[in-house]
Design a binder for this molecule. Structure first.
Ligand code: HEM
Ligand SMILES: *[C@@H]1O[C@H](CO)[C@@H](O)[C@H](O)[C@H]1NC(C)=O
Ligand SMILES: *[C@@H]1O[C@H](CO)[C@@H](O)[C@H](O)[C@H]1NC(C)=O
Ligand SMILES: CC(=O)N[C@H]1CO[C@H](CO)[C@@H](O)[C@@H]1O
Length: 322
């Protein structure tokens, strides 16, 4: 009897909060049935005008989830009194905040204080990946928005890391090597600023020569882009082949020594990851299926649910000024 009571208490203590904590596909079915279609319409319109939004959102989603979890801390604007994550070095070129604002505005008009900014990032990213030729997938929702955004907590992997160094950041968040290689397939789209790979073009690690793992025609091409004096902050596509399409060309490119970022090239060179790269390069469906599940998993990192956090009214500011 005592034992049974204990079990009931245990069930209440552990199972109930866990059940409440679960994200669910269609979380807004009854509270805001049009939530997902509102986000999709905003993304379709923006994508029609600018295909680069897929890259913007994918990177924003990653940078949000890998700091305090997927709770929209990246969206908070700094104030004169309090700097936010946006002021941290790795965020210098994260973009697309205006897209989230636009979706939030439409959602607030339809269902005030109901849909979290964290869910908007996840849904918007999912929709933009599909529009760019990537997989179509369901994402669970029900995230809440965080109450903290601290630039000192931003500790994202640098592009010059080795595979095993980068993997430490991913295992710390519960990801396997295969999942890391899959998620780096996000570099199928988007650009990098010259300052983040220029060290590979001429005096790599003090050798006086370019990085030997980079194809020489790519070295020449990137030198041309980065040496362009008429452009004040030049960027290069991460995928030289299909720069706006979420396909497996990125893996084919790195197998041809055409990775722009050092970490991307390392994936094809390192013995631990080379086999995964060649599997994705030869099987686009295997990549797309893996990408969809790795994205869902990334969207589950350290989420706030139930009554934790809040539903922000403005994604750039906490409801109660801190
Ligand atoms: C070891 C992990 C990673 C490293 C070191 C890394 C590094 C970088 C760097 C240095 C850039 C260029 C930024 C700039 O110059 O503006 C970049 C861009 C980008 N990253 Fe990553 N990244 C990593 C993982 C990821 C993941 C997991 C995703 C998403 C699934 C992602 C998506 C992107 C996208 C889409 C861009 C292009 C952004 C744009 O065009 O605005 N990255 N990444
Ligand atoms: C919401 O509706 C969809 C489609 O009918 C269904 O698959 C999903 O399970 C529902 N989710 C919830 C939480 O009711
Ligand atoms: C140099 O930059 C200008 C201005 O951004 C651009 O129009 C031009 O195409 C660039 N040239 C090269 C070689 O990238
Ligand atoms: C949008 C934003 O606040 N970007 C900041 C990111 O970090 C760099 C370097 O610390 C700042 O100069 C940017 O203003």
């Amino acid at each position: 009897m005592v034992c049974k009571m204990k079990n009931v208490v245990l069930v209440l203590l552990f199972v109930l909060p866990l059940a409440l904590a679960d994200l669910r596909v269609g979380f807004y079915n009854s509270t805001c049935p049009q939530a997902e279609s509102i986000v999709r319409q905003v993304i379709q319109k923006r994508f029609g005008a600018d295909r680069s939004i897929t890259a913007a959102l994918l990177r924003m989603h990653f940078h949000d989830c890998f700091v305090r979890g997927c709770e929209a801390s990246i969206l908070i604007d700094s104030t004169a009194k309090k700097p936010s994550e946006k002021t941290a070095g790795p965020n210098f070129s994260v973009r697309g905040y205006d897209i989230i604002d636009e979706a939030k505005k439409s959602l607030e008009a339809a269902c005030p204080s109901t849909v979290s900014c964290a869910d908007i990032i996840t849904l918007a990213t999912r929709d933009s990946v599909f529009l760019a030729g990537g997989p179509s997938y369901n994402v669970p929702t029900g995230r809440r928005d965080g109450l903290v955004s601290n630039p000192d907590e931003v500790d994202l992997p640098a592009p010059s890391l080795s595979v095993s160094e980068a993997l430490q950041a991913f295992t710390a968040k519960g990801f396997t090597l295969t999942e890391m290689v899959t998620l780096l397939g996000g570099h199928s789209v988007g650009v990098a600023h010259c300052g983040l790979f220029e060290d590979r073009l001429s005096n790599f690690q003090g050798t006086g020569a370019p990085d030997p793992t980079m194809d020489s025609s790519l070295v020449a091409k990137l030198k041309g882009i980065c040496g362009n004096s008429t452009s004040n902050d030049p960027t290069a596509f991460l995928d030289q082949s299909t720069s706006f399409i979420m396909d497996n060309q990125f893996y084919k490119q790195i197998m041809q020594k055409k990775g722009v970022l050092q970490i991307d090239q390392e994936l094809a060179v390192d013995k631990s990851s080379a086999g995964i790269v060649s599997r994705f390069a030869s099987d686009v469906n295997s990549f797309k299926t893996s990408f969809a599940s790795a994205m869902v998993k990334m969207g589950n990192v350290q989420v706030l649910t139930g009554n934790a956090g809040e539903i922000r009214r403005n994604c750039r500011a906490f409801n109660q000024p801190k």
